[in-house]
Design a binder for this molecule. Sequence first.
Ligand SMILES: O=P(O)(O)O[C@@H]1C[C@H](O)[C@@H](CO)O1
Length: 308
Amino acid sequence: MSDDSEVVGENKMEFFTILYLFEPGHEDYQRTADWLLSQTQHRPKVAIICGSGLGMLADALKCQDSFKYSDIPGFPQSTVKGHAGRLVFGELKGKTCVCMQGRFHMYEGHSLSKVTFPVRVFKLLGVETLIVTNAAGSLADSYSCGDIMIIRDHINFPGLAGLNPLNGPNDDKFGPRFPPMSGVYDKSLRKMAFDICKSMGVSQYIQEGVYCMVGGPNFESIAEARLLHKLGVDAVGMSTAPEVLVASHCGMRVFGLSLITNKVVKSYEDNESVNHEAVLEVSKMRSETLQALVTELISRMDINNNTA
Ligand SMILES: O=P(O)(O)O[C@@H]1C[C@H](O)[C@@H](CO)O1
């Protein structure tokens, strides 16, 4: 007969085992991918995830096939303003792409496997490169509102605290149990983006730095902002790291951009405060530059395009 502590331990295991039964399995991702493949002739090699207010990135796609998230079997729903909730397939300078107009955030109540569900579906569609974009607040003193930060690396705060989309049984068909996270943001794509910005004449507001994901939905307190600043964070937001993690786990190449929509308040003397409307307003301000940058980056990418 086991003592009480052993019984508690056993129950705990059972709880987590039951919990993971409700997580998507390989057949769920496959079902969604098969449905999409049956609805469009496009066979994308590049996927773009649009951050808050950045859905216009999809407007550049030609010969579009577009699907509301609510019509896609297994897809979660967007609930945040500035995230339209549409998946758009199309051609960009001869390269086939799929673009998420709206992403899923943990604070909306989605589990991290739901937040990252589309990324694994993209993998099954044949996507090899993921471009992530987000709206973020800056901690770096040298950054200004409207700057575009090429993401060099990230700090995944929820991940460090044990909230990880790869928790639970590992699906070896996607990737290894213990994936490395160093060098995830592709160096050659980052260099290419810098070169493009130079030729576009916009280098003065291009930065490169470290993005930090926090859980949200609240913006940071001043003490939290100071902590992040001390940790070397350049920009903070509420997304991106889980998507990048899952993309890298299944072998995708990753490139990321943060649009600096606000400076995070770090001083008790500062009476400014941020709000979502202001974030969306600044996103609009840089939409053309971001679209031109992403379009040129994709057009220069070495992609083996095969259309169905
Ligand atoms: O989807 P992203 O990361 O661009 O959205 C940011 C973070 C919050 O969802 C929202 C705050 O305004 O914008």
